[in-house]
Write a protein that binds this ligand. Structure first.
Ligand code: HEM
Length: 134
């Protein structure tokens, strides 16, 4: 298994090269729990899609153990903490991970079971970090 998640980064690249990946992710996420749907009621989607694209890149870099993203990771964790602008109950993070994996399954034509496991591990590292900061 590659520690820097290069294969996951490449898989993310394949997903992003196709139209509609992030939109599909949010469609899946919003139907998981009505608390989640409610949080996004006033959202500017073109801005949010951009924020998430960046967020996933940061998450994958963080999972690879790079500390160059420590600051943006902490800023994202702050936004989603109890006192943040968009507090997220940590029980909801499983939906975030699952929705992203479902979207990857739909969009990456070269996804393998091994790669999917690496994705899951990488995303868990990020949501665990957010949970610790909650
Ligand atoms: C169930 C999990 C999550 C929910 C319900 C959620 C919800 C939200 C909401 C409601 C916003 C504000 C949107 C607005 O401005 O209207 C937001 C912003 C954001 N979220 Fe999440 N989020 C979740 C998980 C994550 C994760 C795991 C990441 C990291 C990759 C992330 C990255 C971001 C970023 C980068 C922003 C933009 C922050 C900013 O505007 O400064 N979110 N999220």
């Amino acid at each position: 298994m590659s520690e820097t998640y290069m294969d996951v980064q490449a898989s993310y690249g394949r997903c992003m090269r196709q139209k509609g990946f992030i939109t599909r992710f949010y469609e899946l996420l919003l139907e998981k729990d009505e608390r989640i749907a409610r949080m996004f009621e006033g959202t500017n989607w073109s801005q949010q899609n951009k924020a998430l694209r960046r967020g996933i890149s940061i998450a994958l870099t963080y999972a690879g153990g790079s500390d160059i993203v420590e600051r943006p990771m902490n800023e994202m964790a702050d936004v989603h903490s109890r006192k943040g602008r968009a507090p997220v109950d940590p029980v909801l993070y499983k939906h975030w991970r699952e929705s992203l994996l479902e979207a990857v399954r739909e969009f990456d034509p070269r996804l393998t079971p091994e790669l999917e496991k690496q994705w899951a591990t990488a995303l868990k590292k990020t949501t665990d970090h957010f949970t610790e900061h909650y």
